[in-house]
Design a protein around this ligand. Structure first.
Ligand code: HEC
Length: 247
């Protein structure tokens, strides 16, 4: 009973953190969620085991499972399933891979200014010139998104995938892997000016801690026009249902 209560309490907090728009109108990065959950689980455990009786109640089902002769069948099943699950997790999570030779920041701080198309862009104030059309003229906006989609399927899907999930044809050969645009951890956390800088300058434009020497992300400034980059950004957000971060 108490074990169930513990599981339900933890689950409740997990869902609370995951629910978009509850604390902030943005999803919380999953690395932060795991960190919060670590402290939440410890706190819940502390509170629930503050008395001896509470601790006994919480661990009784686990003790019974290990000691009670009548639970032999369940016990054997659990002791087969748990190690198998651990093997699966370790195998699937790339546990056999060598550790990376250098630490790499996935979203390193951008430079304050960046140059392209004969201009200097101030990344702190730069905005997507097409974004305002979303409200002013939804029909015109739709066709801009469509043009962005064409740019994407001519240039980007080989790596970032036809579902924008980072699983393009070339993805398995690359390390670092192309980032997915779906989910709450990449573009959902970024401003459009950041995404613009990343597409403009690609891997070579990353600072050292971003892994400039190993990223396969091309710099698109010679291939795409400024408008094409802004349109493909519209498409990335529109297709994945994400909204850009803003001030
Ligand atoms: C040759 C493979 C390849 C192609 C083609 C490619 N990318 Fe990438 N892209 C990557 C890789 C690998 C990363 C992750 C490493 C990094 O951040 O540089 C990345 C990262 C990104 C990021 C950073 C996302 C984030 O969360 O920081 C953006 C934005 C991006 N790509 C957009 C595009 C767009 C738009 C195109 C097409 C115009 C494109 N990419 C084409 C390989 C590619």
């Amino acid at each position: 009973m108490r074990l169930l209560k513990f599981a339900l309490t933890s689950l409740f907090f997990y869902l609370l953190l995951k629910a978009p728009g509850f604390f902030w109108d943005k999803p919380i990065p999953s690395s932060l969620v795991s960190m919060y959950m670590f402290f939440i689980v410890i706190t819940v455990l502390l509170v629930m085991t503050i008395t001896d009786e509470g601790a006994r109640g919480l661990f009784a089902p686990i003790r019974a499972l290990v000691e009670d002769p009548s639970k032999k069948l369940v016990r054997n099943a659990v002791f087969v399933i748990l190690p198998l699950a651990a093997v699966f997790l370790a195998y699937d999570g790339g546990g056999l891979k060598a550790t990376p030779s250098e630490l790499r920041a996935t979203h390193p701080a951008p430079p304050p200014l960046t140059r392209g198309y004969g201009k200097t862009f101030d990344l702190a104030t730069l905005e997507n010139p097409f974004r305002k059309i979303e409200k002013e003229d939804p029909e015109a906006f739709k066709s801009l998104v469509k043009e962005g989609g064409e740019v994407y399927f001519k240039n980007c899907f080989f790596c970032h995938g036809d579902k924008l999930d980072g699983r393009g044809h070339y993805a398995h050969a690359l390390d670092p892997k192309p980032l997915p645009f779906t989910g709450g951890d990449t573009i959902a956390q970024l401003q459009e000016s950041y995404v613009f800088w990343r597409i403009l300058k690609g891997g070579p434009g990353l600072p050292r801690e971003g892994g400039s020497s190993i990223s396969a992300m091309p710099a698109w400034e010679k291939e795409l026009t400024e408008e094409e980059i802004w349109k493909v950004i519209l498409f990335l957000y529109d297709y994945t249902g994400n909204t850009p971060r803003s001030w």
